[in-house]
Design a protein around this ligand. Structure first.
Ligand code: F6P
Length: 319
């Protein structure tokens, strides 16, 4: 029987993580468990940076951006000796279960703890939407809205000055943020890991877009694919369209979460506690076709993402 449950947020922060924390805390209290927050993810777990919390401590968490229990990138957790230290700290407090909110790296950490005898469950928290087992991750919708709002503003100035603008968005190796944003804003050019354009192809598309009479031309690219300043220069020299470059970087991760993320995080958090109470362990929570489910966390990490072909087809049609 689980008596004490810890919750941590790890990896890149994502708007909505706070709603998940609140939901896990409230669901735990409702079931008679003692909830503990862990500060700074797996780093805090290793150092015993825990605090028992009550309902009132998390009452207004849902409106807050970032993660109020903080996060950390902590590669040292890959080492067994580090994990043993974390387990000892958990045992000192009598904590028998852990909810880990994060992306792939956090899932790996949780899976390794499961193998060492700790009951764990993962919640998908990342703006990238790159966890294959779930339709949406916590944070994706807020980041998408931030990107769309930035693109609308970029469009205003681009149209005024008759320019092209390269806008780089996050996603790591996943084009979801870029593709959804391109559909939502009518970007003229899109290059994502799933359908990467060469610099020459991008320049040619910009030239064509200008010849077709576009004053402003927005080019959305996923991060880690180009040096965007040099890309802008190449576009300009080939197409003769004045071009500027902008990377949205970490503003995409901040801000008060939109309703979709708050709701998703809340239902997933409560579901995680229920599944732990029902005896599940070493699994991650997913939402597919509006239904919550769980899947073995290691299988989730190994899963290949569904192709984005259909979404890209919609982008092509929407232009
Ligand atoms: O995984 C979330 C994410 O924001 C990615 O989109 C990005 O590549 C990475 O984190 C950036 O990480 P950091 O904040 O450590 O630079």
């Amino acid at each position: 029987m689980i008596k004490k449950i810890a919750i941590l947020t790890s990896g890149g922060d994502a708007p909505g993580m706070n709603s998940a924390v609140k939901s896990v805390v409230n669901a735990s209290l409702e079931k008679g468990l003692k909830p503990y927050v862990v500060y700074e993810g797996f780093l805090g777990l290793t150092n015993g940076n825990f605090k028992e919390v009550e309902k009132k401590d998390v009452k207004f968490f849902s409106t807050l951006g970032g993660t109020s229990i903080y996060s950390a990138r902590y590669p040292e957790f890959k080492e067994e000796k580090t994990r043993k230290k974390a387990i000892a700290k958990m045992q000192e407090q009598g904590i028998d279960a852990l909810v880990a909110i994060g992306g792939d790296g956090s899932y790996m950490g949780a899976a390794k703890l499961t193998k060492m005898g700790i009951k764990t469950i993962g919640l998908p928290g990342t703006i990238d939407n790159d966890i294959a087992s779930t339709d949406y991750t916590i944070g994706f919708h807020t980041a998408l809205n931030t990107i769309v709002s930035a693109l609308d503003k970029t469009r205003d100035t681009s149209e005024s000055h008759m320019r092209a603008n390269v806008v780089e968005v996050m996603g790591r190796n996943c084009g979801d943020l870029a593709i959804h944003a391109a559909i939502a804003t009518g970007a003229e050019v899109l290059s994502v890991p799933e359908r990467k354009l060469t610099e020459k192809e991008i320049s040619t598309k910009v030239k064509q877009a200008r010849e077709e009479g576009n004053r402003s031309i927005i080019i959305i690219v996923t991060e880690n694919m180009y040096d965007i300043d040099s890309l802008a220069k190449k576009i300009e020299s080939f197409s003769k369209v004045e071009t500027r470059a902008l990377s949205l970087r970490h503003i995409q991760r901040g801000g008060s979460p939109v309703a979709e993320d708050r709701t998703l995080a809340t239902i997933m958090g409560a579901f995680a506690v229920e599944r732990l109470m029902a005896g599940e362990n070493g699994v991650a929570v997913n939402i597919k076709d509006n239904k919550l489910s769980t899947k073995d966390i290691l299988e989730v990490v190994k899963m290949k993402r569904q192709s984005n072909d259909e979404l890209l087809r919609h982008y092509d049609l929407s232009k």
